[in-house]
Unconditional design. Structure first.
Length: 172
């Protein structure tokens, strides 16, 4: 009986990985940074960024920035743009936040930013401005500032993205 359970679990896990193209396939939400659209305690199902990209995707990665989502009326989790899970570059864990816009290496991205999410600072006062490399500016829906304006992470590189949130299981 134990062998049947283990075999079934391995087969199911393999099928989920093959379909989703990423591991883990489901993540638990540990904070309220994405409320009210994703609550603490919810589970979010992911796919690899290159799996099932929406027609509105404006990057090779297959994600939709908030700005493009607004222009093309693409919504995910109650707002414009894609919600992604990415690894923090210092290895201290992963974050699930919304992609706001893309920046290029050396860009003073504050000039294009929503000033209310920057906290009134100019580029010289922001740790990750100008952008040290190409990447995405991200923000939790409930957070007052961009992740890069608070120093949480530099612009998110494409290879840091683990998966794109597709739907949530409301458990929180």
């Amino acid at each position: 009986m134990g062998l049947v359970i283990v075999t079934g679990t391995v087969v199911l896990g393999g099928l989920l990985f093959a379909l989703a193209g990423t591991w883990p396939v489901v993540v638990g939400i540990e904070s309220g940074s994405m409320e009210p659209n994703i609550a603490e305690g919810d589970m979010v199902v992911l796919t690899g960024p290159d799996r099932f990209p929406p027609a509105a995707a404006d990057t090779r990665l297959g994600v939709v920035t908030y700005r493009t989502g607004k222009e093309r009326n693409y919504r995910s989790f109650g707002s414009y743009g894609s919600v992604v899970v990415f690894r923090k570059p210092d290895g201290s864990g992963a974050v699930i936040h919304r992609v706001r816009f893309r920046v290029a290496a050396g860009e003073n991205w504050i000039e294009r930013a929503n000033q209310s999410y920057v906290g009134g600072e100019d580029c010289a006062a922001i740790q990750y401005c100008p952008a040290p490399h190409d990447g995405f500016i991200t923000k939790g829906d409930a957070n007052p500032h961009y992740d890069q304006a608070t120093g949480l992470v530099p612009p998110v590189r494409s290879d840091w993205v683990i998966g794109v949130g597709r739907f949530r299981l409301p458990l929180g």
